[in-house]
Ligand binder design. Structure first.
Ligand SMILES: Cc1ncc(COP(=O)(O)O)c(C=O)c1O
Length: 492
Protein backbone atom coordinates (compact mmCIF):
# COMPACT_ATOMS: atom_id res chain seq x y z
CA UNK A 1 0.00 0.00 0.00
CA UNK A 2 1.27 3.44 -0.90
CA UNK A 3 1.84 5.52 2.25
CA UNK A 4 1.17 9.27 2.08
CA UNK A 5 3.88 11.74 3.11
CA UNK A 6 3.37 14.70 5.41
CA UNK A 7 2.84 17.53 3.01
CA UNK A 8 2.89 20.49 5.43
CA UNK A 9 6.15 19.66 7.18
CA UNK A 10 7.65 18.82 3.81
CA UNK A 11 7.61 22.47 2.72
CA UNK A 12 10.74 23.06 4.83
CA UNK A 13 14.11 23.13 3.04
CA UNK A 14 16.67 23.61 5.84
CA UNK A 15 19.78 22.77 3.87
CA UNK A 16 19.29 24.89 0.77
CA UNK A 17 18.03 27.75 2.97
CA UNK A 18 21.32 27.68 4.89
CA UNK A 19 23.26 27.84 1.65
CA UNK A 20 21.36 30.92 0.53
CA UNK A 21 21.88 32.52 3.94
CA UNK A 22 25.60 31.88 3.71
CA UNK A 23 25.78 33.64 0.35
CA UNK A 24 23.65 36.56 1.56
CA UNK A 25 26.01 37.18 4.49
CA UNK A 26 28.92 37.97 2.14
CA UNK A 27 31.41 35.95 4.23
CA UNK A 28 35.17 36.20 3.73
CA UNK A 29 36.00 32.58 3.04
CA UNK A 30 39.16 30.97 4.37
CA UNK A 31 37.93 27.45 3.72
CA UNK A 32 37.77 25.06 0.78
CA UNK A 33 37.39 25.12 -2.21
CA UNK A 34 40.40 27.16 -3.33
CA UNK A 35 38.49 29.20 -5.92
CA UNK A 36 37.01 31.18 -2.95
CA UNK A 37 33.40 31.65 -4.00
CA UNK A 38 34.47 31.97 -7.63
CA UNK A 39 36.79 34.96 -7.16
CA UNK A 40 39.91 32.93 -8.02
CA UNK A 41 38.32 30.62 -10.59
CA UNK A 42 39.64 30.58 -14.17
CA UNK A 43 37.49 32.78 -16.45
CA UNK A 44 36.22 29.79 -18.44
CA UNK A 45 34.90 28.22 -15.24
CA UNK A 46 33.20 31.47 -14.22
CA UNK A 47 31.66 31.67 -17.67
CA UNK A 48 30.44 28.07 -17.62
CA UNK A 49 29.15 27.96 -14.04
CA UNK A 50 28.40 31.59 -13.23
CA UNK A 51 29.31 33.34 -9.99
CA UNK A 52 25.87 32.54 -8.57
CA UNK A 53 26.71 28.86 -8.53
CA UNK A 54 30.37 29.28 -7.55
CA UNK A 55 29.23 31.51 -4.68
CA UNK A 56 27.52 28.52 -3.05
CA UNK A 57 30.18 25.94 -3.90
CA UNK A 58 31.47 25.96 -0.34
CA UNK A 59 32.60 23.47 2.27
CA UNK A 60 30.02 22.03 4.61
CA UNK A 61 31.88 22.51 7.90
CA UNK A 62 33.16 26.06 8.09
CA UNK A 63 31.01 27.00 5.14
CA UNK A 64 27.32 26.10 5.30
CA UNK A 65 27.64 25.12 8.94
CA UNK A 66 29.80 26.25 11.83
CA UNK A 67 32.57 23.67 12.41
CA UNK A 68 31.35 23.28 16.01
CA UNK A 69 27.95 21.97 14.97
CA UNK A 70 28.54 20.63 11.51
CA UNK A 71 26.03 18.00 10.29
CA UNK A 72 22.96 19.15 12.26
CA UNK A 73 21.58 20.73 9.12
CA UNK A 74 22.19 17.55 7.18
CA UNK A 75 20.42 15.59 9.89
CA UNK A 76 17.39 17.90 9.64
CA UNK A 77 17.27 17.65 5.84
CA UNK A 78 17.76 13.87 5.94
CA UNK A 79 14.95 13.48 8.49
CA UNK A 80 12.55 15.26 6.13
CA UNK A 81 13.72 13.04 3.29
CA UNK A 82 13.28 9.89 5.41
CA UNK A 83 9.66 10.87 6.07
CA UNK A 84 9.06 11.69 2.41
CA UNK A 85 10.46 8.40 1.10
CA UNK A 86 8.95 6.31 3.89
CA UNK A 87 11.94 5.25 5.99
CA UNK A 88 13.23 5.73 9.52
CA UNK A 89 16.54 7.05 8.24
CA UNK A 90 17.74 8.66 5.05
CA UNK A 91 21.35 9.18 4.05
CA UNK A 92 22.20 11.73 1.37
CA UNK A 93 24.74 10.27 -1.04
CA UNK A 94 27.23 12.21 -3.14
CA UNK A 95 28.39 9.32 -5.29
CA UNK A 96 25.09 8.21 -6.70
CA UNK A 97 23.12 5.06 -5.99
CA UNK A 98 26.35 3.25 -6.77
CA UNK A 99 27.67 4.20 -3.33
CA UNK A 100 24.33 3.34 -1.68
CA UNK A 101 24.47 -0.14 -3.17
CA UNK A 102 28.05 -0.55 -1.96
CA UNK A 103 26.99 0.57 1.54
CA UNK A 104 23.96 -1.71 1.72
CA UNK A 105 25.76 -4.85 0.61
CA UNK A 106 28.72 -4.14 2.90
CA UNK A 107 26.29 -3.63 5.80
CA UNK A 108 24.39 -6.84 5.13
CA UNK A 109 26.96 -9.42 4.10
CA UNK A 110 30.63 -10.15 4.76
CA UNK A 111 33.16 -12.59 3.30
CA UNK A 112 31.54 -15.89 2.33
CA UNK A 113 28.00 -14.75 3.20
CA UNK A 114 25.31 -15.49 0.61
CA UNK A 115 23.16 -12.75 -0.90
CA UNK A 116 20.20 -13.42 -3.20
CA UNK A 117 20.50 -11.10 -6.18
CA UNK A 118 18.95 -10.67 -9.59
CA UNK A 119 21.49 -11.41 -12.32
CA UNK A 120 20.44 -8.19 -14.08
CA UNK A 121 21.71 -6.07 -11.18
CA UNK A 122 23.72 -2.96 -12.03
CA UNK A 123 27.52 -3.26 -12.18
CA UNK A 124 27.84 -1.50 -8.80
CA UNK A 125 26.66 -4.77 -7.23
CA UNK A 126 29.67 -6.60 -8.65
CA UNK A 127 31.97 -4.05 -7.07
CA UNK A 128 30.13 -4.48 -3.75
CA UNK A 129 30.60 -8.26 -3.98
CA UNK A 130 34.32 -7.79 -4.59
CA UNK A 131 34.61 -5.32 -1.69
CA UNK A 132 32.63 -7.47 0.76
CA UNK A 133 33.60 -10.99 -0.36
CA UNK A 134 29.91 -11.98 -0.31
CA UNK A 135 28.74 -14.75 -2.60
CA UNK A 136 25.86 -14.12 -5.02
CA UNK A 137 22.96 -16.57 -5.35
CA UNK A 138 21.51 -15.30 -8.59
CA UNK A 139 17.87 -15.20 -9.59
CA UNK A 140 17.41 -15.12 -13.36
CA UNK A 141 15.32 -12.25 -14.71
CA UNK A 142 12.99 -12.75 -17.65
CA UNK A 143 14.46 -11.43 -20.89
CA UNK A 144 11.99 -9.86 -23.31
CA UNK A 145 12.26 -11.64 -26.68
CA UNK A 146 11.08 -8.58 -28.63
CA UNK A 147 12.84 -5.75 -26.86
CA UNK A 148 15.97 -7.78 -26.08
CA UNK A 149 16.14 -6.34 -22.55
CA UNK A 150 15.98 -7.95 -19.10
CA UNK A 151 12.51 -7.43 -17.62
CA UNK A 152 12.43 -8.37 -13.95
CA UNK A 153 12.53 -11.29 -11.53
CA UNK A 154 9.30 -13.25 -10.94
CA UNK A 155 8.32 -13.50 -7.23
CA UNK A 156 8.19 -17.32 -7.42
CA UNK A 157 11.86 -17.43 -8.48
CA UNK A 158 12.79 -15.26 -5.52
CA UNK A 159 10.75 -17.58 -3.27
CA UNK A 160 12.62 -20.61 -4.65
CA UNK A 161 15.97 -18.89 -4.02
CA UNK A 162 15.00 -18.03 -0.42
CA UNK A 163 14.09 -21.69 0.14
CA UNK A 164 17.25 -22.97 -1.56
CA UNK A 165 19.57 -20.66 0.41
CA UNK A 166 18.29 -20.58 3.99
CA UNK A 167 21.59 -19.11 5.24
CA UNK A 168 21.58 -16.13 2.87
CA UNK A 169 21.87 -12.77 4.61
CA UNK A 170 19.63 -10.62 2.41
CA UNK A 171 17.56 -10.41 -0.76
CA UNK A 172 18.18 -7.61 -3.22
CA UNK A 173 15.98 -6.69 -6.21
CA UNK A 174 16.24 -4.00 -8.91
CA UNK A 175 12.92 -2.26 -9.48
CA UNK A 176 12.21 -0.42 -11.71
CA UNK A 177 14.71 -1.78 -14.20
CA UNK A 178 16.55 0.84 -16.21
CA UNK A 179 13.70 0.63 -18.78
CA UNK A 180 11.08 1.19 -16.07
CA UNK A 181 9.90 -2.41 -15.66
CA UNK A 182 8.81 -3.20 -12.08
CA UNK A 183 8.86 -6.43 -10.06
CA UNK A 184 6.00 -7.61 -7.82
CA UNK A 185 7.56 -5.93 -4.79
CA UNK A 186 4.80 -6.61 -2.26
CA UNK A 187 4.75 -10.32 -3.07
CA UNK A 188 8.55 -10.47 -2.95
CA UNK A 189 8.69 -8.57 0.36
CA UNK A 190 6.22 -11.09 1.84
CA UNK A 191 8.29 -14.08 0.73
CA UNK A 192 11.58 -12.56 1.88
CA UNK A 193 10.27 -11.52 5.28
CA UNK A 194 8.66 -14.93 5.80
CA UNK A 195 12.17 -16.30 5.27
CA UNK A 196 13.40 -13.94 8.01
CA UNK A 197 15.63 -11.90 5.68
CA UNK A 198 16.00 -8.18 5.01
CA UNK A 199 14.70 -7.04 1.64
CA UNK A 200 16.55 -4.23 -0.13
CA UNK A 201 15.71 -2.62 -3.45
CA UNK A 202 17.79 -0.80 -6.03
CA UNK A 203 15.24 1.85 -6.94
CA UNK A 204 17.81 4.00 -8.75
CA UNK A 205 15.22 4.57 -11.49
CA UNK A 206 12.35 5.28 -9.11
CA UNK A 207 13.03 8.38 -6.99
CA UNK A 208 9.63 9.73 -8.15
CA UNK A 209 7.43 6.68 -7.62
CA UNK A 210 6.27 7.47 -4.11
CA UNK A 211 4.99 10.89 -5.06
CA UNK A 212 2.34 10.14 -7.70
CA UNK A 213 -0.50 7.64 -7.70
CA UNK A 214 -0.23 7.24 -11.50
CA UNK A 215 3.21 5.66 -11.06
CA UNK A 216 4.08 2.11 -9.92
CA UNK A 217 4.28 1.25 -6.22
CA UNK A 218 7.58 2.24 -4.57
CA UNK A 219 9.77 -0.14 -2.58
CA UNK A 220 9.26 1.34 0.90
CA UNK A 221 5.47 1.30 0.47
CA UNK A 222 5.78 -2.33 -0.62
CA UNK A 223 7.55 -3.21 2.65
CA UNK A 224 11.25 -3.08 1.71
CA UNK A 225 13.75 -2.63 4.54
CA UNK A 226 15.90 -0.27 2.49
CA UNK A 227 16.17 1.24 -0.94
CA UNK A 228 18.46 3.51 -2.91
CA UNK A 229 17.02 6.04 -5.36
CA UNK A 230 18.99 8.27 -7.73
CA UNK A 231 17.53 11.71 -7.19
CA UNK A 232 19.63 12.87 -10.14
CA UNK A 233 18.08 10.45 -12.61
CA UNK A 234 14.43 11.45 -12.78
CA UNK A 235 13.83 14.26 -10.26
CA UNK A 236 15.60 17.57 -9.65
CA UNK A 237 18.70 16.45 -7.73
CA UNK A 238 21.91 17.39 -9.52
CA UNK A 239 24.11 14.73 -11.06
CA UNK A 240 25.48 12.19 -8.54
CA UNK A 241 22.83 13.01 -5.92
CA UNK A 242 21.08 10.00 -4.47
CA UNK A 243 19.34 8.84 -1.29
CA UNK A 244 19.59 5.67 0.76
CA UNK A 245 16.43 5.16 2.81
CA UNK A 246 16.09 2.44 5.45
CA UNK A 247 14.06 1.19 8.38
CA UNK A 248 15.68 -0.60 11.29
CA UNK A 249 13.51 -3.64 11.93
CA UNK A 250 15.73 -6.13 10.08
CA UNK A 251 18.98 -4.25 9.64
CA UNK A 252 21.14 -2.16 11.94
CA UNK A 253 20.81 1.52 11.12
CA UNK A 254 23.91 2.29 13.22
CA UNK A 255 26.05 -0.13 11.24
CA UNK A 256 24.60 1.16 7.98
CA UNK A 257 25.44 4.73 9.01
CA UNK A 258 29.05 3.89 9.82
CA UNK A 259 29.42 2.14 6.46
CA UNK A 260 27.77 4.99 4.53
CA UNK A 261 30.42 7.24 6.05
CA UNK A 262 33.13 4.93 4.71
CA UNK A 263 31.77 5.00 1.16
CA UNK A 264 31.22 8.77 0.92
CA UNK A 265 33.67 11.59 0.47
CA UNK A 266 34.68 13.40 3.64
CA UNK A 267 34.04 16.59 1.65
CA UNK A 268 30.47 16.15 0.42
CA UNK A 269 29.43 18.52 -2.34
CA UNK A 270 26.99 20.93 -0.69
CA UNK A 271 25.25 21.65 -3.99
CA UNK A 272 24.38 17.97 -4.17
CA UNK A 273 22.94 18.01 -0.65
CA UNK A 274 21.05 21.24 -1.31
CA UNK A 275 19.57 19.88 -4.52
CA UNK A 276 18.30 16.75 -2.74
CA UNK A 277 16.70 18.97 -0.10
CA UNK A 278 14.92 21.10 -2.71
CA UNK A 279 13.99 18.15 -4.95
CA UNK A 280 12.44 16.30 -2.00
CA UNK A 281 10.28 19.31 -1.08
CA UNK A 282 9.24 19.76 -4.72
CA UNK A 283 8.18 16.11 -4.92
CA UNK A 284 6.40 16.01 -1.57
CA UNK A 285 4.42 19.18 -2.33
CA UNK A 286 3.82 18.94 -6.06
CA UNK A 287 4.81 15.40 -7.12
CA UNK A 288 1.26 14.22 -7.74
CA UNK A 289 0.41 16.97 -10.22
CA UNK A 290 3.87 17.21 -11.82
CA UNK A 291 4.11 13.50 -12.52
CA UNK A 292 0.47 13.13 -13.59
CA UNK A 293 1.28 15.66 -16.31
CA UNK A 294 4.44 13.78 -17.28
CA UNK A 295 2.51 10.49 -17.53
CA UNK A 296 -0.05 12.20 -19.77
CA UNK A 297 2.65 13.62 -22.04
CA UNK A 298 4.43 10.28 -22.28
CA UNK A 299 1.20 8.43 -23.06
CA UNK A 300 0.37 11.04 -25.69
CA UNK A 301 3.77 10.41 -27.29
CA UNK A 302 3.36 6.62 -26.97
CA UNK A 303 0.03 6.76 -28.83
CA UNK A 304 1.54 8.83 -31.66
CA UNK A 305 4.67 6.70 -31.98
CA UNK A 306 2.47 3.62 -32.17
CA UNK A 307 0.87 5.02 -35.33
CA UNK A 308 4.16 5.44 -37.23
CA UNK A 309 4.83 2.49 -39.56
CA UNK A 310 8.17 0.87 -38.70
CA UNK A 311 8.43 2.44 -35.21
CA UNK A 312 7.68 0.41 -32.07
CA UNK A 313 7.29 1.68 -28.52
CA UNK A 314 7.06 -0.43 -25.40
CA UNK A 315 3.62 -0.16 -23.80
CA UNK A 316 1.10 -1.91 -21.59
CA UNK A 317 1.56 -5.22 -23.46
CA UNK A 318 4.74 -5.74 -21.41
CA UNK A 319 2.51 -6.27 -18.35
CA UNK A 320 1.57 -9.68 -19.73
CA UNK A 321 5.18 -10.87 -19.45
CA UNK A 322 6.46 -12.99 -16.61
CA UNK A 323 8.23 -11.06 -13.87
CA UNK A 324 6.49 -7.79 -14.74
CA UNK A 325 4.08 -6.36 -12.16
CA UNK A 326 3.93 -2.83 -13.50
CA UNK A 327 5.88 -0.37 -15.63
CA UNK A 328 6.66 3.31 -15.45
CA UNK A 329 4.78 4.88 -18.35
CA UNK A 330 7.03 7.94 -18.38
CA UNK A 331 9.91 5.88 -19.80
CA UNK A 332 9.81 5.42 -23.57
CA UNK A 333 11.65 2.40 -24.99
CA UNK A 334 11.55 2.93 -28.76
CA UNK A 335 12.81 0.80 -31.64
CA UNK A 336 13.35 1.62 -35.31
CA UNK A 337 14.85 -1.78 -36.11
CA UNK A 338 12.09 -2.44 -38.65
CA UNK A 339 13.45 0.63 -40.46
CA UNK A 340 16.99 -0.77 -40.46
CA UNK A 341 18.30 1.34 -37.57
CA UNK A 342 19.70 -0.31 -34.48
CA UNK A 343 19.51 1.53 -31.15
CA UNK A 344 22.92 3.18 -31.49
CA UNK A 345 22.18 4.34 -35.07
CA UNK A 346 18.81 5.71 -34.00
CA UNK A 347 20.46 7.60 -31.13
CA UNK A 348 22.99 9.13 -33.55
CA UNK A 349 20.35 10.05 -36.15
CA UNK A 350 18.20 11.78 -33.51
CA UNK A 351 21.18 13.69 -32.16
CA UNK A 352 22.75 14.69 -35.49
CA UNK A 353 19.66 15.44 -37.57
CA UNK A 354 16.99 16.45 -35.07
CA UNK A 355 18.89 17.86 -32.07
CA UNK A 356 17.34 15.29 -29.75
CA UNK A 357 19.45 13.67 -27.02
CA UNK A 358 18.11 10.38 -25.60
CA UNK A 359 18.85 8.82 -22.21
CA UNK A 360 20.40 5.62 -23.56
CA UNK A 361 20.75 3.30 -26.53
CA UNK A 362 21.11 -0.48 -26.59
CA UNK A 363 21.60 -2.83 -29.56
CA UNK A 364 17.90 -2.58 -30.48
CA UNK A 365 16.34 0.47 -28.83
CA UNK A 366 16.66 3.97 -27.54
CA UNK A 367 15.31 4.98 -24.15
CA UNK A 368 13.84 8.39 -23.31
CA UNK A 369 12.85 9.84 -19.94
CA UNK A 370 9.79 12.07 -19.90
CA UNK A 371 9.56 14.13 -16.71
CA UNK A 372 7.76 17.20 -15.40
CA UNK A 373 10.58 19.17 -17.04
CA UNK A 374 9.20 18.32 -20.50
CA UNK A 375 6.33 20.16 -22.13
CA UNK A 376 3.89 18.74 -24.68
CA UNK A 377 5.92 20.61 -27.32
CA UNK A 378 9.08 18.80 -26.23
CA UNK A 379 7.53 15.36 -26.61
CA UNK A 380 5.90 16.44 -29.89
CA UNK A 381 9.34 17.40 -31.13
CA UNK A 382 10.39 13.77 -30.64
CA UNK A 383 7.28 12.20 -32.22
CA UNK A 384 7.57 14.54 -35.23
CA UNK A 385 11.24 13.64 -35.64
CA UNK A 386 10.41 9.93 -35.54
CA UNK A 387 7.65 10.37 -38.14
CA UNK A 388 10.05 12.24 -40.44
CA UNK A 389 12.86 9.74 -39.94
CA UNK A 390 10.52 6.80 -40.59
CA UNK A 391 9.20 8.35 -43.82
CA UNK A 392 12.75 8.91 -45.08
CA UNK A 393 13.80 5.36 -44.20
CA UNK A 394 10.74 3.85 -45.87
CA UNK A 395 11.38 5.95 -49.01
CA UNK A 396 14.97 4.69 -49.03
CA UNK A 397 13.66 1.08 -48.94
CA UNK A 398 15.23 0.22 -45.56
CA UNK A 399 15.15 -3.41 -44.40
CA UNK A 400 15.03 -4.64 -40.80
CA UNK A 401 18.30 -4.78 -38.92
CA UNK A 402 19.69 -8.07 -37.84
CA UNK A 403 22.24 -8.42 -35.07
CA UNK A 404 23.36 -11.12 -32.72
CA UNK A 405 23.63 -8.42 -30.03
CA UNK A 406 19.85 -8.12 -30.11
CA UNK A 407 19.53 -11.23 -27.95
CA UNK A 408 20.98 -10.93 -24.48
CA UNK A 409 23.40 -13.88 -23.99
CA UNK A 410 22.31 -16.41 -21.39
CA UNK A 411 23.99 -15.69 -18.06
CA UNK A 412 26.86 -18.07 -17.30
CA UNK A 413 27.48 -20.43 -14.41
CA UNK A 414 29.08 -18.89 -11.31
CA UNK A 415 32.03 -21.11 -10.36
CA UNK A 416 34.05 -18.83 -8.04
CA UNK A 417 33.10 -15.91 -5.83
CA UNK A 418 33.53 -12.53 -7.57
CA UNK A 419 36.19 -11.53 -5.05
CA UNK A 420 38.20 -14.78 -5.38
CA UNK A 421 38.13 -14.52 -9.19
CA UNK A 422 39.00 -10.82 -9.18
CA UNK A 423 42.04 -11.28 -6.93
CA UNK A 424 43.18 -14.66 -8.37
CA UNK A 425 46.29 -14.95 -10.55
CA UNK A 426 44.95 -14.14 -14.00
CA UNK A 427 45.98 -13.64 -17.61
CA UNK A 428 44.59 -11.70 -20.57
CA UNK A 429 43.85 -14.08 -23.46
CA UNK A 430 42.16 -13.59 -26.86
CA UNK A 431 38.38 -13.72 -26.42
CA UNK A 432 38.14 -16.46 -29.06
CA UNK A 433 40.11 -18.77 -26.74
CA UNK A 434 38.19 -17.88 -23.57
CA UNK A 435 35.38 -20.48 -23.73
CA UNK A 436 35.48 -22.76 -20.69
CA UNK A 437 37.72 -20.38 -18.69
CA UNK A 438 36.63 -18.41 -15.62
CA UNK A 439 36.39 -14.65 -16.11
CA UNK A 440 38.44 -12.56 -13.69
CA UNK A 441 36.71 -9.36 -14.73
CA UNK A 442 33.34 -7.88 -15.54
CA UNK A 443 32.09 -6.78 -18.95
CA UNK A 444 29.05 -4.50 -18.73
CA UNK A 445 27.64 -2.83 -21.87
CA UNK A 446 26.98 0.76 -20.84
CA UNK A 447 24.22 1.74 -20.61
CA UNK A 448 22.49 -0.06 -18.94
CA UNK A 449 25.50 -1.35 -16.96
CA UNK A 450 24.29 -4.92 -16.47
CA UNK A 451 27.32 -7.25 -16.72
CA UNK A 452 27.05 -9.86 -19.48
CA UNK A 453 29.87 -11.63 -17.69
CA UNK A 454 30.93 -11.14 -14.08
CA UNK A 455 34.09 -12.16 -12.20
CA UNK A 456 33.88 -15.84 -11.26
CA UNK A 457 31.60 -16.84 -14.14
CA UNK A 458 32.51 -19.49 -16.69
CA UNK A 459 32.80 -18.15 -20.23
CA UNK A 460 30.38 -19.91 -22.61
CA UNK A 461 30.61 -20.31 -26.40
CA UNK A 462 27.54 -18.06 -26.65
CA UNK A 463 29.35 -15.37 -24.68
CA UNK A 464 32.44 -15.63 -26.90
CA UNK A 465 30.22 -15.10 -29.98
CA UNK A 466 28.54 -12.10 -28.31
CA UNK A 467 31.82 -10.51 -27.22
CA UNK A 468 33.28 -11.03 -30.70
CA UNK A 469 30.39 -9.19 -32.34
CA UNK A 470 30.42 -6.53 -29.61
CA UNK A 471 34.12 -5.96 -30.33
CA UNK A 472 33.53 -5.72 -34.10
CA UNK A 473 30.79 -3.14 -33.49
CA UNK A 474 32.88 -1.20 -30.94
CA UNK A 475 30.24 -1.62 -28.23
CA UNK A 476 30.77 0.76 -25.30
CA UNK A 477 31.47 -1.30 -22.19
CA UNK A 478 32.58 -0.78 -18.60
CA UNK A 479 34.69 -3.20 -16.61
CA UNK A 480 37.33 -4.99 -18.64
CA UNK A 481 40.92 -3.83 -18.91
CA UNK A 482 40.75 -4.24 -22.70
CA UNK A 483 37.85 -2.00 -23.71
CA UNK A 484 38.16 -3.17 -27.35
CA UNK A 485 37.10 -6.64 -26.15
CA UNK A 486 39.80 -8.38 -28.16
CA UNK A 487 41.11 -9.98 -24.97
CA UNK A 488 39.51 -11.02 -21.70
CA UNK A 489 41.26 -11.46 -18.36
CA UNK A 490 40.60 -14.98 -17.07
CA UNK A 491 41.70 -16.88 -13.98
CA UNK A 492 45.05 -18.57 -14.70
C1 LIG B 1 19.64 -0.08 -12.04
C2 LIG B 1 20.71 0.86 -11.63
N1 LIG B 1 21.17 0.84 -10.38
C3 LIG B 1 22.13 1.67 -9.95
C4 LIG B 1 22.69 2.59 -10.79
C5 LIG B 1 23.75 3.52 -10.28
O1 LIG B 1 23.20 4.77 -10.08
P1 LIG B 1 24.09 6.10 -9.97
O2 LIG B 1 24.40 6.51 -11.36
O3 LIG B 1 23.18 7.06 -9.26
O4 LIG B 1 25.30 5.76 -9.20
C6 LIG B 1 22.26 2.67 -12.12
C7 LIG B 1 22.86 3.64 -13.04
O5 LIG B 1 22.51 3.81 -14.15
C8 LIG B 1 21.25 1.77 -12.55
O6 LIG B 1 20.80 1.79 -13.82
Amino acid sequence: MRKPHQTKAQAATPYIDALLEYRAKGMVAFHTPGHKLGKGAPPIMREAFGDTLLGVDVAMAGGVEDTRESTSLVAAAEALAAAAWGGERCFFLVNGSTSGIHSLLLALAGPGDGVILPRNAHKSVQAALIFSGAVPHYVEPEIDPIWGIPLNVPAERVAAAVEAHPHAKAVFVVSPSSNGVCAALEAIAGVVHDGGLPFVVDQAWGPHLRFCSALPLDAMSAGADAMVASTHKLISGITQSSVLVARGERLSLQRLESIVKMTQSTSPQVLIYASIDAARAQMALYGEQLWSQAVENAEWARARLGQIAGVRVMGAEVLARRGVADFDRTRLTVSACDLGLNGYELETALRDHYGIAVEAADPLNVLLNVTYGDSRDDVACFTTAMADLAARRRDAGAVSCDTLLASWPRFSRQVMSPRDAFFAASEAIPVKHAAGRVSAEMVAPYPPGIPIVAPGEEVSDELVAYLTEASARAMHVHGPEDLTLKTLRVVS
